[in-house]
Write a protein that binds this ligand. Structure first.
Ligand code: DQA
Length: 220
């Protein structure tokens, strides 16, 4: 699956962008932390789309600087409205609360527990440990780490393969592009691709270019 992150500052612009993205991608990620104003009714609206709702905390590289109580409440609105996925950080102390809430309200939402490292890719064993911890909490483990060399590329792909079908693994940066292409072949549930030069992280490949690469790989 290809996921296009939506990084608009208003729900109106985000919905227009999502409609365009879903013509070329399988799913979108609403980066709600980019919204200038976040209202519960906006979460209800975006939850109707095949999407991941992410309200990325500033301490994990995102733009959300509001209260944690509000962030958790907004995630609960997304869960109550059966959004396909929410993404919440491994470092978020209340992530289990969201899993328990999902179970209590019988929501269909799948909960992604994520880890980001914008400086480096931890060792293979450290990454294994991170994903194991994520899967002890949520439904899907996720890591996005800065790739600095070929060993990092191999470690990202090895960890993806280790958790095939239960993980989203991303190598960030220029050197991480190979993992954005190959990750889904090794078992990553999805990969992220940008649209109209709007990306949410370093190294994202344009969605049309990525689809052409996949076409060439499938033909060869
Ligand atoms: O965690 C991820 C992966 C990502 O950081 C990337 O590198 O494509 C993009 C983010 O929007 C998303 O939440």
């Amino acid at each position: 699956m290809i996921c296009v992150p939506i990084v608009e500052e208003s729900v109106e612009k985000a919905l227009i962008s999502a409609e365009r993205a879903l013509e070329v991608a399988d799913i979108v990620e609403f980066r709600v932390d980019y919204f200038k104003e976040i209202r519960e009714e906006d979460i209800v609206e975006i939850a109707k789309y095949p999407s991941i709702i992410t309200i990325r905390a500033h301490w994990e590289g995102g733009k959300y600087r509001g209260s944690d109580d509000k962030r958790i409440e907004l995630y609960k609105v997304a869960i109550e409205n059966n959004v396909r996925y929410i993404d919440v950080e491994l470092k978020e102390k209340r992530n289990r609360e969201l899993v328990d809430f999902r179970d209590n309200v019988n929501s269909k939402t799948k909960i992604v527990i994520s880890y980001h490292n914008f400086k480096e890719t931890p060792s293979y064993n450290k990454l294994l440990d991170i994903v194991n911890k994520e899967l002890q909490i949520g439904d899907i483990g996720k890591f996005a780490t800065m790739v600095n060399n070929n060993r990092d590329i191999l470690n990202v792909l090895r960890v993806i393969q280790e958790f095939e079908g239960k993980v989203i693994g991303i190598g960030m940066g220029k050197k991480g592009k190979l993992t954005r292409i190959l990750g889904t072949y090794f078992g990553s549930i999805l990969t992220f691709a940008s649209m109209e030069n709007k990306s949410s992280a370093p190294g994202q490949i344009d969605v049309e270019m990525l689809k052409e690469i996949y076409r060439l790989i499938s033909e060869s």
